[in-house]
Write a protein that binds this ligand. Structure first.
Ligand SMILES: [Fe+2]
Ligand SMILES: [Fe+2]
Length: 165
């Protein structure tokens, strides 16, 4: 990122990263790092790509930062696979408490687990979001157990097959 891009990015997300509740994500473990770190990395990736492609990068960057705004206590215990699919709803609920979200942003957050979830990415920014999130997650999950990865890929495959029907 160039210096001017860094400045622009910081301005775009300033109020979110200063939100006390959002900062708490730093205490949540996610892909072996903090959920705050993961969200920030995804937001940077979405910012760079959507700006380059002349998409609505201002809205997209903010939604990307908010895409995993949920806390482990809000999800079901031992419901790993279900939570993979359900957590975007919780993130959308939490983000909506603090921010006025556009339809694009709502869709970016709620569909970011597609095709693991069946919530469809309706905007080009949403498609960008799901791709960046997966690339970042795979990068961060290098230390995850093979079994967990296998389960996710099987669910992905299952949804791809059932979606075609
Ligand atoms: Fe997520
Ligand atoms: Fe994520």
């Amino acid at each position: 990122m160039t210096k001017s891009q860094r400045n622009e990015f910081d301005l775009l997300v300033e109020d979110i990263i200063n939100n006390h509740n959002f900062k708490e994500l730093d205490n949540e473990t996610h892909h072996g790092i903090s959920r705050y770190g993961h969200s920030y990395r995804v937001a940077e990736g979405v910012y760079k790509i959507t700006k380059k492609l002349h998409f609505n990068y201002q809205e997209a960057t903010r939604a990307a930062l908010l895409h995993d705004f949920y806390f482990n206590y809000q999800l079901e215990e031992n419901g790993d696979v279900k939570n993979l699919v359900e957590h975007p709803k919780m993130a959308l609920l939490n983000a909506s408490k603090y921010y006025e979200l556009s339809d694009l942003q709502k869709n970016m957050i709620s569909s970011h687990m597609f095709p693991l979830s069946k919530e469809f990415p309706k905007y080009k920014e949403s498609i960008c979001m799901t791709i960046v999130d997966k690339v970042v997650a795979i990068y961060e999950q290098q230390r995850y157990k093979v079994g967990m990865k296998l389960g996710v890929y099987l669910l992905f495959l299952f949804n791809m097959i059932t979606l075609q029907k």
